[in-house]
Structure formats: C-alpha cells, structure tokens
Design a protein around this ligand. Structure first.
Ligand code: HGY
Ligand code: MN
Ligand code: MN
Length: 418
C-alpha cells in the first residue's frame, strides 16, 4: 500500500491497489466472489471509500448504493463521471468491473494532479463512480444503480427487489452501510474502461478497444409449472414433469443459435431452480433465466419469435414468462469515439473500434450524456470465470488511456468539437 495522500497513480501504486482490492472475497482459484451488497462487496467498498478519502476525494453514496468519489474544480459545474462496478458474479474473475472502478479512481487522481500542476484547465468537475449491482446475479435486473441514475428505474421500486432468499436491496445495502441519502451528481459526460471479455484485441495484438455500440440482448425469467407426484409410483401418462418441460427449453435455446450463421446468435440458460428437488418427487416447478444476444437486432427478434413458438408448443406443463427485457443495440456518441481515437493516437497506443457483447453501465449512461467506453485485452476472451486474466501492462496502458480520455472530457474537448 502507498502511504497515503497524493500518492497519485504510478504503475506500482495501481497494481498494489488492485492486488489489495482483489483480496476481498478472493477465491482459492484466483478469482473473487462478491455479489452485490454482500459482506465482501461491503469490504471492497470500504477500501474504495478509504482510498477516495486518502486521495482528497469526497465520498458520497446515493439511495441505491452508487458510490461517488468527487472533487469540485468549478463551483456549480456538472461532473465528468468515470467508473464501473465492484460487484461480481458468484465465483468470478477479479477484473470484470473492479478494474474499471480502480482505473477510474486513479484517473481522477491523475487529473487532480494535472489541475494542481496547472497543466489542465478544467471546465467541469469530476467523480469516480462505483455503480451498484451491474451484474444482476443476486438482484435482477442487471445495470441497476446506473439504471436508477439515468431515470430508467425508480429508486423506491429497486429498493424493494429481493434476492433468492427474500432479502431486499434496501436491507442488503443497509446491512453493509451503503444505503445512502446523498444527491446524485449532475453528469455532463461519462467514461468507463473494462476488460474486453472477448478475444479480439488479444488476437490482433491491439491495446485499446473503443466501443461504438452494444449488442442487442433479451433476458427472460420463466417459470415452468408441472404437478408434483411420486417418481416411482405415477404412471408416465399422468405426469406433468416441470423438469422435462424446462429441459426442452434449455435445448431449444441452444438449437436457436444453430439456425443462424455461427457467432450471430448467442444463447444460454444460466440460472435454473428445481422444486422441490427431491430424488423421489416428479418436479412441480422450475424457474429459469434465459439470455439471448445478437449483433443484429433483426436476428434477435427472429430468435425471440422462435423461442416463444417453442414455449407455446409445450403441452405437458404450463410455462409462464415472468419477465422479458429487451436491451436494444444502440450507438455510443461518435464525438466520444473520435475523442478517444485522438487520445490513443497521441499516446501512441494501438486501437480499434469494436462492439460490446456484454452489458455495461455505460450502455445506460450513454442514453443521457456523451459516453466513451474503452476495452483492454482479455486473455483467451475468458470472462465470468475465475480464469479471467488481463496482463499487467495492458491494465496499465488502460489506466493511461482512461486518464488521457477523461482529461480531455474535463477540459471541455467534446464541447469545443461540436
Ligand atoms: O452482460 C451483461 O448483461 C451484464 O450486465 N454485464
Ligand atoms: Mn462488467
Ligand atoms: Mn460481468
């Protein structure tokens, strides 16, 4: 650990901080397990709040647990926000989200130093952000904190959402001390950096990805209703086996992807709960979550129709669609893409434009302010796995790139280019 204030964002300090951060909720296989508002998420958040404090940033927390580490350069001016998320999937990698939050904190610190040195004249204020529950694994839907920030979700409704054992967002955030009541800062623009979660940058030997648009996605929660009976004593003709019905949907999701050219449609059932889950009982109920995505919105809609047809065909059980959410494919503002391209060129970093397959808080933020989304390479494209890896030099190039991008946003380059 660095000894404290004004340690700034040297490579050693960043890697040291990242190692400390990765120790919270660490798993034996080198990943982390810190779903939203768990005790380990709370520990990581306290580390971040302490970091903000030691580096002269003011920590505030809003009602849905979004954390801001801010500094006001220009009284009353809006904020350039830069962030990502500290929450993880269960048994996940240590980079997804957490890298972007720490990179944001270091970028903000770097910018404070530029302002103090007089090498940057700020037009706006700046804040690093940790958005609550990006992953959506413990509490659904995903992109929750940023969704409230942009006004897509109502904070009071979100606070009532419960996890699978009935704990509400409000109680979980209160338990870890992060159900705040601070005001959300007014945003003027947003930047985020993240691991790619795909293999393209690594395969091409490119250092920085600049995201132009997100893939379209549909997420469904489905309940398959059967009838509970004895596995050893019920005639086959009389069974209404919820697990058989659910299994057909699992296979249908896989087969959907085979109806399109390879790589155009991705689909899986990621969550699956069987009731009562006893060896001698024909299952009465299965709840499951399906995720389908495509770079082509028309393909996604065709796949949606095919999935609905497969569900309608089922006769042994009744299937209800509890929630069905569309995340449309939308573009990041071109002026932000161009700003990032100029920054990468000036830094001498190789870059390319690309799409994001995964969701990010930036997908929400770009609906209200110009937003820049950056990627660094992921080894073998692996993510949502303890095997997730990004090499240290790529992490550090990303921090440099993010800092330069955010410096230009704070300087008002977007406004002067329009
Ligand atoms: O990709 C996802 O949907 C997640 O929110 N990251
Ligand atoms: Mn993420
Ligand atoms: Mn993720």
């Amino acid at each position: 650990m660095t000894s404290g204030h004004s340690a700034g964002s040297t490579p050693a300090a960043f890697l040291d901080d990242f190692a400390t951060m990765s120790s919270f909720g660490a798993t034996a296989a080198g990943g982390v397990d810190r779903e939203a508002a768990t005790a380990d998420d709370g520990r990581t958040r306290r580390f971040l709040a302490d970091w903000f404090d030691r580096h002269g940033l003011t920590t505030t927390v809003d009602a849905v647990g979004n954390m801001y580490g801010s500094i006001e350069f220009v009284p009353g001016a809006p904020y350039v926000l830069v962030g990502s998320h500290l929450d993880s999937q269960p048994t996940a990698g240590k980079y997804d989200g957490a890298y972007g939050v720490l990179a944001a904190a270091h970028a903000v610190r770097g910018i404070v130093e530029m302002v103090e040195r007089g090498s940057l004249i700020p037009q706006f204020n700046i804040a690093a952000v940790n958005w609550f529950n990006e992953e959506g694994s413990r509490f659904s839907p995903s992109l929750m904190g940023s969704g409230v920030f942009i006004g897509k979700f109502d904070a009071d409704e979100i606070l009532k959402v419960t996890d699978r054992v009935g704990i509400s967002v409000r109680d979980a955030l209160s338990d870890i001390g992060f159900h705040g009541n601070d005001r959300q800062p007014e945003a003027v623009s947003y930047a985020e950096i993240h691991i790619e979660q795909g293999p393209i940058l690594e395969q091409e030997g490119t250092t920085i990805g600049i995201v132009t648009a997100n893939w379209a996605a549909r997420k469904y929660s489905i309940t398959v209703h059967g009838e509970q009976s004895h596995t050893g004593a019920t005639h086959m003709a009389l069974r209404h086996d919820a697990l058989v019905g659910a299994s057909k949907i699992v296979v249908a999701a896989r087969e959907l992807t085979q109806q399109f050219p390879e790589g155009l449609l991705l689909a899986s059932v990621g969550q699956f709960d069987v009731e009562p889950n006893s060896p001698i009982v024909v299952p009465s109920k299965v709840t499951m979550a399906i995720d389908i995505r495509s770079s082509d919105p028309d393909v996604l809609e065709q796949a949606h129709e095919m999935l609905m047809a497969a569900i309608d065909k089922e006769t042994e059980v009744r299937i209800s669609i509890d929630t069905s959410a569309l995340r449309p494919s939308t573009s990041y503002q071109i002026e932000g893409v161009e700003l990032a391209e100029k920054a990468a060129t000036d830094l001498g970093l190789s870059y390319r434009r690309m799409l994001t397959m995964a969701g990010h808080d930036s997908v929400n933020l770009k609906d209200i302010v110009p937003t820049v989304m950056l990627f660094v390479p992921s080894v073998d494209g692996i993510s949502h796995s303890e095997k997730e890896l990004t090499h240290d030099d790529d992490l550090l190039h990303g921090v440099t790139m993010l800092t330069e991008t955010v410096a230009r946003l704070v300087r008002g380059d977007l406004e002067s280019s329009s």
